[in-house]
Write a protein that binds this ligand. Structure first.
Ligand SMILES: *Cc1c(COP(=O)(O)O)cnc(C)c1O
Length: 404
C-alpha cells in the first residue's frame, strides 16, 4: 500500500475507487503481497525445505486458497469444513494436516478416507478413537501427536496455546505413554511430533525453548519421527514501531536441532502468510462529538473484524485521502454494533475526517473475514483480490435474503 498524489492505493488501485465501485465495508487482498510473503517464508527456511501447510483458519477464502495452493503450499485444517475447502481448492491431501482438540468421529472418518498427510491428535482418547475408526476401515493411519511443551510464547494470553494450563496437546508424561501405545498398534502409524505454542509470536526465544523441550523428549523416548511439525505462530508487525520476528535466528535454531534429529520439518503458518496482504475498507457514516473525544462511527463493525473486541488487538488505520489538517480531538473509531467493545482504535493524532470519508484498517488479511459473523443480522462483506491491477470479486456480499 502506498499514497500516490495523496490517495491511498493498494497495488496501484485507489482505495476510494474500490469503495465507490464495490461498496463498503469491503475486504481487499493484494496478490503481490501474498506471493512475496510466501517467497520470503520459503527463503527463510530454504536450507531444509520444510513442508509448509497454510493455516486455513486464518483466512478461508476459496479463491485465495487456490492461489496459495498454486504457490506451493499445503494446508493445516482444524475442522471437516476446512478439510473439504482445502480439497476443493485443489490442495493435494498428501499436503494436508489436521489439527484440533475436539475432532469428532465424523471428522476423523472423513480425514482417513481422504488419505491426508497426518492427523495430529491431541489426547489419548482421540488416539483411541482414530485407532477404532482405522480398524473398522482396515487401515493403518498416519498420525502425529501434539505435545504441550509448557512454554510461554510471550504473546497475548488469549492466543497462547503451549502452556500447561492451555487445553492443547498432551503433556510430557502422557506423551511418553502415548508413544508406547502407538508402537503396539496395528492401525496407527506414528510419524509426527507436533507443537504449536501460540500466535503472533515476535520473539524467537519461545521457539528456542520449545525446541529444547522437543529435543529432550525425543532423547528420552528413543523414537525417530519422520516429521516434526513446529506449527505456526510467526507474528507480524501491526504497528510502525513493533518488533519483528527474527527469522534468521529461528532458522539457525532449527538447523541446530536438525543436526541431532533427522526429521522433515512441517510449518503451519497463517498470519505471516496472509496477515499484511489484506485490508478492510470502511466508510465514516457519522461523526459524533462527546466531551472528551470524537466518535468516528464506521460502517464496519466487530462482526466484520473481531480481533480488537476479542483480544484488544490494534490495527493501523489510514485515511483514503491524505490532508494536512490534524484533528483537535481524540478520535475513537467505532462500529455500529450494539456492544461497547465494538471499537477499533483510539487515536490522539489523526488527520481531520469528514462524514462519508473512507478509511482502511490495515493488516486484516488474517483472522479478519474468517472470524467474522452475522451478529446483529449483518451480511458478511465482499472480498476482493487485486492481481496486476485487475480486481476480482472472490466472495460476494451476502444478501439479506440469505439471512432472513
Ligand atoms: C492457528 C494455528 C496455526 C496458525 O497460527 P498463525 O499464528 O496464524 O501462524 C497453526 N497451527 C495450529 C495448530 C493452529 O491452531
Amino acid at each position: 500500500m502506498k499514497y500516490i498524489d495523496k490517495k491511498l492505493t493498494i497495488e496501484n488501485t485507489k482505495i476510494q475507487n474500490i469503495a465507490y465501485k464495490f461498496g463498503t465495508p469491503v475486504y481487499c487482498y493484494s496478490f503481490s503481497q501474498l506471493k512475496q510473503n510466501i517467497i520470503n517464508f520459503k527463503r527463510s527456511f530454504q536450507s531444509f525445505s520444510p513442508i509448509i501447510c497454510f493455516s486455513i483458519k486464518s483466512n478461508s477464502n476459496l479463491n485465495l486458497l487456490r492461489e496459495i495452493g498454486k504457490l506451493g503450499l499445503g494446508a493445516d485444517v482444524v475442522s471437516m469444513g476446512e478439510l473439504m475447502l482445502a480439497v476443493k481448492a485443489g490442495i493435494k491431501p498428501k499436503k494436508i494436516v489436521f489439527s484440533g482438540v475436539g475432532k469428532t468421529s465424523n471428522e476423523i472418518s472423513y480425514a482417513i478416507d481422504r488419505k491426508i498427510l497426518l492427523i495430529n491428535a491431541e489426547s489419548i482418547s482421540e488416539i483411541k478413537e482414530i485407532e477404532r475408526i482405522a480398524k473398522s476401515k482396515k487401515r493403518k493411519v498416519k498420525i502425529g501427536i501434539r505435545l504441550n511443551p509448557n512454554t510461554d510464547a510471550n504473546t497475548l494470553n488469549q492466543i497462547s496455546t503451549g502452556k500447561k494450563d492451555d487445553k492443547f496437546g498432551v503433556n510430557k508424561k502422557s506423551f511418553i505413554k502415548v508413544i508406547e501405545y502407538c508402537k503396539d498398534s496395528k492401525n496407527l502409524e506414528l510419524e509426527c511430533l507436533s507443537v504449536h505454542i501460540g500466535s503472533q509470536i515476535l520473539d524467537y526465544r519461545p521457539y528456542e525453548k520449545m525446541l529444547k523441550v522437543v529435543d529432550n523428549i525425543i532423547k528420552k523416548i528413543d523414537f525417530k519421527f519422520k516429521y516434526i511439525d513446529l506449527g505456526g505462530g510467526m507474528g507480524i508487525p501491526y504497528n510502525k514501531n513493533s518488533k519483528k520476528l527474527n527469522y534468521t535466528k529461528y532458522n539457525s535454531i532449527i538447523k541446530k536441532f536438525l543436526k541431532k534429529n533427522k526429521s522433515k520439518i512441517i510449518f503451519e503458518p497463517g498470519r505471516s502468510i496472509i496477515g499484511n496482504a489484506g485490508i478492510l475498507i470502511s466508510k465514516v457514516i457519522y461523526i459524533k462529538n462527546s466531551e472528551r473525544k470524537c466518535f468516528i462511527i464506521l460502517d464496519a463493525g466487530m462482526n466484520d473484524l473481531m480481533r480488537p473486541a476479542l483480544y484488544g488487538a490494534n490495527h493501523r488505520i489510514l485515511p483514503s485521502i491524505k490532508n494536512s489538517k490534524m484533528s483537535k480531538k481524540i478520535y475513537e473509531f467505532v462500529g455500529p454494533i450494539c456492544e461497547s467493545t465494538d471499537k477499533f482504535s483510539t487515536l490522539t493524532k489523526f488527520q481531520e475526517l469528514k462524514e462519508k470519508d473512507f478509511i482502511a484498517i490495515c493488516d486484516t488479511g488474517a483472522y479478519g473475514m474468517s472470524l467474522s459473523s452475522n451478529y446483529n443480522i449483518r451480511p458478511k462483506v465482499t472480498e476482493l483480490l487485486i492481481k496486476k491491477s485487475k480486481i476480482k470479486v472472490i466472495r460476494k456480499r451476502q444478501k439479506y435474503k440469505d439471512l432472513i
